[in-house]
Design a protein around this ligand. Structure first.
Ligand SMILES: Nc1nc2c(ncn2[C@@H]2O[C@H](COP(=O)(O)OP(=O)(O)O)[C@@H](O)[C@H]2O)c(=O)[nH]1
Ligand SMILES: [Mg+2]
Length: 341
């Protein structure tokens, strides 16, 4: 129990034999139920979990769910459903590779347990040494996807869309179509879009990044980046339709549509202009002016649409910028990298 709320933790695992025991061992006492979701690991991870359950001290319930390899997003949605079914009011997600510092769990679940937010997520990018601690490619890839996710999800003030350290209420799990969640690595982006359609409040908590604890990422960046970008692109249109046409209405959809129309026409005019220039050596002035008009209109329509969207969603984001309350300080002594000289 944390502040009167039951707490479940979903732990997705794929080949985490060397890591998972440590994750279970360091689970804070206030967690009522840990749900390990193994995804067809080939290294014996489920056996390690079963052994641990057999000798684990009573009090902290550990459940092992096994599913055929169907992705980390599917593992988490299955874990969410199981956690809600077991009556957990707040459900957090922590990776099975030990990259989530258990001492920071209370910071992640607090806004949700206190009813200030329906979902909370960490943000590692604002940590003062994040640039040195996070592998360069991961940092840049994350920043790019976070930018796209701002536009697609409507949570414009959030960053670090790729963090897996999150917490959600059982109400939110019950409201969104959790079984339709994207089954692979793009699930946090998809989840944010789905939460926004129902106007759920999202809190962002600054966290210290954790790397080099023996984890081995399963993510192949070059393969997943284009897939995730495409997913985010599609989800943007889905959100526009669901939020501003079906659930409610706002003319900003017309602004976005006009921006796309002006952009497409501008592109055609640009191609024609270059073609005429190559063929005749001269740029037709009307063509050039029409192209400029289209480009300027596109920019203006898009900026207005974004501005309206920001205004509609401003109150849905809760930015927690000073999470180090007294209890947390006691539990989390300064880490090596936090010592200032
Ligand atoms: N159940 C399940 N877990 C997965 C899968 N892929 C990764 N994970 C787990 O999800 C967590 C985060 O994955 P990881 O590859 O470390 O991602 P990264 O930390 O962002 O590089 C880890 O605990 C992995 O074991 C999968 O396909 N299924
Ligand atoms: Mg990892």
């Amino acid at each position: 129990m944390f502040e009167g709320k039951t707490v479940g933790v979903v732990i997705p695992c794929y080949n985490e034999r060397t890591q998972i025991e440590q994750v279970l061992e360091t689970m804070p006492d206030y967690v009522d139920c840990s749900i390990v979701v193994d995804d067809g690991s080939t290294d014996g991870t489920p056996g390690v979990v079963r052994d641990y359950i057999a000798r684990a001290p009573n009090g902290h319930k550990i459940v092992l769910l096994e599913q055929p390899n169907s992705g980390v997003g599917r593992a988490i949605s299955n874990g969410y459903v199981e956690s809600a079914r077991r009556g957990m009011k707040v459900t957090a997600v922590m990776a099975g590779d030990g990259q989530m510092d258990p001492k920071q769990l209370r910071m992640v679940i607090a806004p949700v347990a206190r009813g200030e937010a329906d979902y909370a997520k960490g943000n590692r990018l604002f940590y003062r040494r994040a640039w040195e601690m996070i592998p360069r490619k991961r940092y840049l890839g994350n920043a790019f996807l976070s930018m796209l996710t701002k536009i697609a999800s409507g949570y414009w003030q959030l960053a670090d869309s790729q963090t897996g350290y999150t917490a959600i209420t059982s109400e939110a799990i019950g409201t969104i179509d959790i079984n339709a969640l994207y089954p692979r690595y793009g699930y946090p982006n998809d989840l944010l879009v789905r939460l926004n359609v129902y106007n759920f409040r999202v809190a962002e908590v600054p966290l210290r990044p954790v790397y080099g604890v023996g984890e081995q990422s399963k993510m192949r960046l070059l393969k997943v980046m284009p897939r995730m970008s495409w997913l985010i692109f599609k989800r943007f249109f889905w959100r526009m339709w669901m939020k501003y046409v079906i659930h409610d209405f706002h003319p900003l959809v017309f602004f976005y549509m006009s921006a796309i129309g002006a952009g497409a026409l501008g592109l055609l005019l640009f191609v024609r202009m270059i073609w005429m220039w190559a063929a005749t050596g001269e740029i037709p002035p009307i063509n050039a002016m029409a192209w400029m008009m289209c480009t300027i209109s596109m920019i203006q329509f898009a900026l207005f649409a974004m501005w309206f969207d920001m205004q509609m969603n401003r109150d849905l984001t809760i930015l927690i910028r000073r999470p180090m309350d007294e209890s947390n300080k006691q539990e989390a002594p300064a880490q090596k990298d936090e010592v200032t000289v």
